[in-house]
Design a protein around this ligand. Structure first.
Ligand code: FAD
Ligand code: SF4
Length: 457
């Protein structure tokens, strides 16, 4: 897929990947073997019939292609752009044996963009509003998927969202240059066309409690409140000026549009030398945002090796093309401040790989005496996020486990409270868009079963 040139793109927030042309999409689709027992589909968490939609593209039946995708996936424009396809459908494609899998993500994006450009939505469902009332808390990919699937089944769904825009991490976390916000908006519009109602600026647990909402005639609830609480390293110096959590940086830049200052009045104070701690998508996004905000040198500081980095392969490649320096096998020990309590550097220690830990990744251990000072005037901490506590604190009857994650039955997503289901990062910790969508889909099916069994439909 063509991309903006790195020298040019670090000066703007426009989308980096430019999508496939018609000719490119047809050529790529014609390489697909349309396998009977398609391994690619088996690896897709929402079970898209991949060979069938690719064949439709090959036959230039683009209406059919998007319809096939939307049988299973309400957010194709998002997934085509941000799914870690190398670990899922593309990683399982039989053509890996010959060295080059089908670029399934780009074809999915092609079909989604085709639908958006050809204004009339081809995948409308007849609205049925006689069904029971269901609540979805949070409008991230888990909530949006659960809401869309329930609406297709005829339920009256209301999504309560704490922020002033729908989409969760898709709008406040992932930057415009990876996922344009008008794509997310159009996917949300599609759900509205299915009859889903959105109520923004509504914090469940503060504006109203779970109990109060049940009292308003809702029959079931899905919790998709995500993992929006940033983790810190708990090292000295984390309270200095110009130390940000990735969450704060990205929310200011994406949701509050700091990159358009002074047109938007939420500036963000970034220096010239930035150290970003972490190796996931959040770290890559933070580093690339800082570069676009005018930083001259940006480092990724990661305690394991590049092989263990959880970020999408494509984003690691993009970050490197843009000139971001990778300091792998490096662990920050403390952040150093000047007399005015502004960051002036970071003491780090070199690491080496040891035995695998419980996650299967090799543990990193410090190399004695290898400490060094990294010159930096800004530090971004991107070392993971934990479940959002506001709702959890207001709902002590809900059972949670390790790191405050909501406990669920893995098959149905049911919590310990009757009629209450949960999914996405609120249950799994920081995961992926498609995993969150998979859980929303399972929950919608289980809610439908529950309401039918209880004759509440
Ligand atoms: P979220 O997307 O976090 O949405 C939760 C929503 O609930 C939010 O809108 C929040 O405001 C709302 N909410 C919370 N509490 C309340 C309340 N009390 N009342 C009402 N609303 C509430 N994954 C990928 O697959 N590919 C990527 O490239 C990728 N990049 C990422 C980049 C960044 C910067 C981050 C942070 C994550 C990234 N991820 C990526 C991970 C992915 O975005 C998440 O796994 C996914 O968004 C989780 O979806 P969710 O619906 O569970 O929660
Ligand atoms: Fe096509 Fe690869 Fe899927 Fe086979 S495994 S259907 S070749 S995308």
């Amino acid at each position: 897929m063509k991309k903006q040139n790195p020298k040019q793109r670090i000066k703007n927030f426009n989308e980096v990947a430019l999508g496939m042309s018609l000719e490119e999409a047809l050529k790529e689709a014609s390489r697909c073997l349309v396998c009977k027992n398609a391994r690619c589909s088996a690896k897709c968490p929402v079970e898209i019939d991949i060979p069938r939609f690719i064949k439709a593209i090959k036959d230039k039946a683009f209406n059919d292609a998007i319809k096939i995708i939307k049988e299973k996936n309400n957010l194709p424009g998002v997934c085509g752009r941000v799914c870690p396809q190398e670990d899922q459908c593309e990683g399982a494609c039989i053509l890996n044996k010959k060295g080059s899998p089908i670029n399934i993500g780009a074809l999915e994006r092609f079909a989604a963009d085709w639908e958006l450009k050809n204004a009339s939505r081809v995948t409308r469902y007849a609205l049925r509003t006689e069904g029971a009332k269901v609540i979805v808390i949070g409008s991230g990919p888990a909530g949006l998927t659960c809401a869309g699937n329930l609406a297709k089944l005829g339920y009256k769904v209301t999504v309560f969202e704490a922020l002033h825009a729908e989409g969760g991490v898709l709008v406040y976390g992932i930057p415009e240059f990876r996922l344009p916000k008008d794509i997310v908006k159009k996917e949300v519009d599609y759900l509205e066309s299915l009859g889903v109602e959105f109520r923004k600026n509504f914090i469940v647990g503060k504006t109203a409690t779970l109990k109060e909402l049940f009292g308003q005639g809702y029959r079931a609830i899905f919790i998709g409140t995500g993992a929006g609480l940033p983790n810190f390293m708990n090292i000295p110096g984390e309270n200095l000026n110009r130390v940000y959590s990735s969450n704060e940086l990205l929310t200011r830049v994406n949701l509050m549009k700091a990159y358009l200052f002074p047109e938007y009045d939420t500036p963000v104070n970034i220096g010239k030398k930035v150290a970003v701690i972490g190796g996931g998508n959040t770290a890559m996004d933070s580093a690339r945002v800082c570069l676009r905000l005018g930083a001259e040198k940006v480092y990724i500081v990661y305690r394991r090796s590049e092989k263990e980095m959880p970020a999408r392969e494509e984003e690691i490649k993009n970050a490197k093309e843009e000139g971001i320096k990778f300091l792998t096998l490096t662990l920050p020990k403390r952040i150093l401040g000047d007399d005015n309590y502004f960051v002036k550097g970071m003491e780090c220690i070199k690491m080496e790989l040891g035995e695998p830990d419980s996650s299967g990744r090799r543990r990193s251990v410090p190399v004695p005496g290898s400490e060094f000072i990294l010159e930096a005037d800004t530090v971004i901490v991107a070392v993971g996020q934990s479940p959002n506590p506001v709702f959890l604190n207001a709902t002590p009857e809900l059972k949670t486990g390790k790191w405050g994650r909501i406990e669920i039955d893995q098959e149905t997503q049911a919590t310990n409270i009757k009629g209450v289901y949960a999914g996405g990062d609120a249950t799994a910790g920081e995961d992926t868009v498609i995993a969150a969508m998979g859980s929303g889909k399972r929950a919608a099916k289980a809610i439908d079963n529950y309401l039918k069994t209880k004759k509440l439909f």
